[in-house]
Design a protein around this ligand. Structure first.
Ligand SMILES: *[C@@H]1O[C@H](CO)[C@@H](O)[C@H](O)[C@H]1NC(C)=O
Ligand SMILES: *[C@@H]1O[C@H](CO)[C@@H](O)[C@H](O)[C@H]1NC(C)=O
Length: 144
């Protein structure tokens, strides 16, 4: 009789433990699926979308080229910060991680790297001008 009770208790404890493990696993899965919702990607955009988005009042346009390249012609209002400078100048980026950050370079390659860094820094709305400022100029868009 006593042994039976002990067995029943062990079984009960085991079931409860298994139940809470299952529950924990379910919670973890739930958290993961929630995280998936929050995964953001760089949007590679063309001149039209870049131009439209940069009109938004909280948009930040980032030129990642050298000073020499920048001085030859850049998009009006762009702030020039290279990928090397970014760690020390992150204070110049928008405080709001949801603000559109529009990145460009000459051909869209350097800016793609910086765009990924920005995502890693928590920016949720990062756009890369895919054809670069070359494509921008080719489309007849203004530079200053
Ligand atoms: C840019 O992309 C948008 C949406 O994908 C499209 O509607 C538009 O025609 C494209 N513009 C150019 C210049 O290719
Ligand atoms: C750029 O955006 C502005 C504001 O939305 C618009 O007036 C202008 O026509 C656009 N230019 C091109 C070439 O899409």
């Amino acid at each position: 009789m006593v042994r039976r009770n002990v067995f029943a208790i062990v079984l009960l404890v085991g079931l409860v433990a298994a139940g809470s493990l299952t529950l924990t696993a379910a919670e973890e899965n739930h958290e993961h699926s929630h995280d998936d919702d929050a995964i953001h990607e760089v949007k590679n955009v063309n001149v039209t979308i870049f131009n439209e988005t940069m009109q938004e009042p909280d948009a930040f346009v980032l030129d990642v080229r050298s000073e020499e390249e920048f001085n030859k012609g850049h998009i009006e209002g762009a702030v020039r910060i290279t990928s090397n400078e970014l760690p020390n100048r992150d204070g110049e980026l928008p405080k709001d991680k949801e603000a559109p950050v529009l990145v460009y370079c000459n051909s869209g390659r350097r800016s793609a790297d910086v765009a990924n860094t920005l995502l890693f820094m928590g920016y949720e709305n990062v756009m890369n001008l895919e054809p670069g400022i070359k494509g921008w100029v080719k489309a007849g868009m203004p530079v200053v």
